[in-house]
Design a protein around this ligand. Structure first.
Ligand code: SIN
Length: 541
């Protein structure tokens, strides 16, 4: 994979309009907002987001935030569940940090006024797949992400040290292979400018738009991972793309999530013949880990020749459904489905990228001054399969740590070296090529993979490769370049991992191979394999 330019656009830093800030945050979801609010006590923050700020995966999150706060629960049990789901690839320290610091961060959200749902004087805790306890906090029933996002966004809007620039897309990091000095951005009027920063935090979310059907919003084109990779940052575990098992299969609401919390309350999955099939696949049935449920659904769809299966909630209490799941109930109703009477058609769809920019336990990347937080990052906490509702938790726990690291540093004056780039200025039509990438990924690098398929995917993506050498002059062109690069990286990583583990499933290597109990770390012009150290859960209390 040769010849990947470091930038998407032609520029010369010395002649670009520029502004300076202490901390630049790219992305406006929970990871970006939480980090911004914490560092704003001392530093000036510029937060950029390429669309309307509410366009983020956080806003769509239904399930909730997992945290061991119940008296009968403990961080050790939460760690055990996280590691069981992670199939041997979790970084034990990242898991320990996640589960032990999680309850305090959740308390902090409540102190900031986030109204988590309560019942009988205490917090109501939901249950989701592969959790051994009820530990999922939620808000507005199944509108957790929207409620949390609104609360944090209002707080950020009132904070004088935070300046939010909507419709401003980060194109690339300004970096010299050793340090990051901020980002090149494309503003709402199509002008390229530089935002120089002492510290830059990537909080750009995932890349669901690599696939035709996704629960992610349209902005999820993986920009953060792509620009970090171009700048020389290490990326890790890219082969692990989580598919959510139950996404509404209805043309009226493509990608609409049907939360796993419904299965936690007793919803069952049926095939077209009405048969409840999950007990045949796993002892935990509908509450098996997500990868198991998603593949079981695919098998049932293949076996019965349909494009969906059905989630049956008709036996559940109507009042409970209306109160706990208002978003699901009302969306289905709008489409003519009465969930109290009708089964909900569902199928797996791309949901969460476990891999991302490799970070340490303080969100630091291998480039000085560059941090990554939330879905864009790979802390190692999720291993090969993320436990449900651990992602909002990861964003606040590691966002808190990034802020702590930034706050305790005495940052030097920003002094970037001369940086510039010259690419071919040729028009490229992006619409059909995006479709091609998505189809390639769905067919050969989706929920089920194999060697010949991945080879075919490589060849198809290779044919588009010359695009990367051309200047991207619009947001859409930049997104296409990012998707193409990321598709190649996912395929490369999936081809390397000749085993099945967690969400990565290969029909030609269907078992776990201990030789692959390690992470694949990729860096531009270099492919590095880092063996995993032995992990333990003892000592977490
Ligand atoms: C869901 O509500 O099922 C999604 C939660 C998650 O992805 O963690």
């Amino acid at each position: 994979m040769q010849g990947i330019p470091s930038y998407l656009v032609n520029f010369d830093l010395s002649s670009l309009p520029r502004e300076e800030t202490d901390v630049l945050i790219v992305g406006s979801g929970i990871a970006g907002l939480f980090t911004a609010l914490k560092v704003a006590s001392r530093y000036r923050v510029v937060m950029i987001t390429k669309d309307d700020p509410s366009q983020c995966s956080t806003e769509l999150a239904q399930g909730g935030i997992a945290a061991a706060i119940d008296e009968e629960d403990s961080p050790a049990l939460h760690a055990r569940d996280t590691i069981r789901a992670g199939a041997g690839l979790n970084d034990p320290e990242a898991v320990r940090v996640l589960v032990t610091e999680g309850p305090r961060r959740v308390e902090e959200l409540m102190e900031w006024g986030i109204p988590f749902d309560r019942e009988g004087g205490g917090l109501h805790l939901g249950k989701e797949g592969a959790h051994s306890h009820r530990r999922v906090l939620h808000a507005g029933g199944d509108a957790t992400g929207a409620v949390v996002w609104k609360g944090l966004a209002a707080r950020a809007a009132a904070e004088k040290n935070i300046r939010l620039l909507p419709r401003t897309m980060a194109l690339d990091l300004l970096a010299d292979g050793r340090r990051c000095y901020g980002a090149l951005v494309l503003d709402g009027e199509g002008r390229v400018k530089a935002i120089l920063a002492r510290a830059t935090v990537l909080a750009t979310g995932g890349a669901g738009r690599l696939y035709p059907i996704t629960t992610n919003p349209p902005v999820a084109t993986g920009d953060g991972v792509a620009m970090a990779f171009r700048a020389g940052a290490e990326v890790m575990d890219l082969e692990f793309y989580q598919f959510h098992p139950t996404v509404l299969a209805h043309p009226g609401a493509p990608g609409f999530l049907i939360t796993e919390a419904l299965r936690g309350e007793g919803a069952v999955l049926r095939n077209r013949h009405g048969e409840r099939f999950m007990p045949r696949y796993h002892p935990l049935a509908e509450l098996a880990p997500r990868d198991v449920v998603a593949r079981a659904i695919m098998k049932e769809m293949d076996r019965t020749g349909t494009r969906c299966v059905f989630l049956d909630v008709t036996h559940l209490d109507t009042e409970m459904l209306e109160k706990r799941f208002p978003t699901v109930v009302s969306t289905c109703r709008r489409l003519g489905l009465d969930v109290c009477r009708d089964w909900i058609p569902v199928a797996p769809a791309a949901h969460y990228w476990i891999g991302g920019v490799r970070t340490d336990l303080y969100g630091r990347t291998n480039l000085e001054g560059l941090y990554a937080c939330g879905e864009v990052a790979c802390t190692g906490a999720h291993g090969a399969n993320r436990l449900a509702s651990n992602s909002l938790l990861e964003a606040v726990v590691f966002g808190g740590r990034i802020a702590a690291d930034i706050l305790q540093k005495e940052w030097r004056i920003i002094n970037p070296p001369p940086l510039s780039c010259r690419l071919k200025e040729e028009a490229f039509s992006e619409e059909d090529k995006q479709k091609l990438i998505k189809r390639t990924m769905e067919r050969w690098a989706g929920l089920v993979r194999n060697g010949p398929g991945l080879k075919e995917a490589t060849a198809r993506l290779e044919a588009l490769w010359p695009l990367l050498k051309k200047e991207a002059r619009t947001r859409r062109e930049a997104e296409l370049s990012n998707l193409l690069l990321l598709a190649r990286l996912v395929v490369e990583a999936a081809a390397w991992r000749k085993e099945s583990r967690g969400v990565h499933y290969r029909t030609d290597f269907p078992g776990v191979d201990p030789a692959y109990c390690r992470h694949l770390v990729l860096r531009k012009e270099e492919l590095k394999v880092t063996p995993l150290e032995v992990w333990r859960t003892e000592g977490i209390s």
